[in-house]
Design a protein around this ligand. Structure first.
Ligand code: PQ2
Ligand code: NAD
Length: 150
């Protein structure tokens, strides 16, 4: 895996699925300035709040293949592995990077645990499929950076 900082500012990002995993990712994409196209028949209350944000547009229906048209990045996060796999396949044909929920090894990228310190240092960690451990390491490092005013 190659760690990168992606500039999603102003770019169209497709998120399919409206559960807790999708909510976490939509929040992070919005914070990074991405423009989210959210496709799901139902969404969590947390996502309803994010939809109020100008840069998230919710299409209340199931995924259709044309949804990938013009997208720059994609998160396939429905609760159906078959649907997620189909989305990833369509993205691959269009050369759109896709994170296939439930299948990290088949995905083009993963999310890293990350936080930004008071002084603007972003700490991002991956521990190869142990996200809780990654987040703990991030929190401790950011605490250290803040305390030592690095
Ligand atoms: C860091 C973070 C970033 C983010 O999500 O933005 C992240 N997962 C987070 C949270 C989280 N993940 C899970 C729960 C438990 C919910 C529960 O069950 O209680 C929670 C919530 C929690 O721990 O609180 C379960 C889980 N995660 C993966 C699978 C396997 C799979 O998907 O097959 C399953 C089991 C699914 C299942 O079996 O159901 C896979 C991945 N998760 C990753 C990233 C990638 C590896 C990053 C690395 O190498 O460290 C990777 C490989 C791919 C990916 O990017 O998805 C974020 C940290 C918190 C934050 O920042 O808020
Ligand atoms: N990487 C991680 O951190 C992590 C953690 C848990 C689960 N997962 C994976 O992420 C995926 C989603 O998990 P969740 O807990 O958020 O799911 P969830 O069950 O809470 O939500 C599923 C969502 O998918 C929507 N959906 C179902 N079929 C659809 C379709 N055809 N088109 C559009 N939307 C559709 C539903 O309306 C619902 O909003 C699963 O594949 C799961 O394996 C990943």
């Amino acid at each position: 895996m190659l760690p990168l900082m992606l500039n999603v500012y102003g770019k169209p990002v497709l998120v399919v699925g409206g559960g807790s995993v999708a909510r976490r990712r939509v929040e992070k994409v919005v914070q990074s300035g991405g423009v989210v196209c959210l496709v799901a028949p139902t969404i969590t209350s947390g996502l309803h709040e994010l939809v109020e944000h100008a840069s998230v547009k919710w299409h209340q229906r199931i995924f259709q293949p044309s949804d990938v048209e013009g997208m720059w990045l994609c998160f396939a996060h429905t609760d159906s592995q078959q649907v997620n796999q189909n989305i990833a396949k369509l993205c691959s044909q269009k050369q759109i990077f896709c994170l296939q929920g439930g299948a990290p090894d088949q995905s083009d990228f993963w999310m890293m645990a990350h936080q930004t310190s008071e002084s603007g240092i972003t700490v991002a960690v991956s521990s190869q499929k142990n996200p809780r451990r990654s987040l703990n390491v991030v929190k401790r490092l950011v605490e250290l950076v803040n305390k030592q005013k690095l």
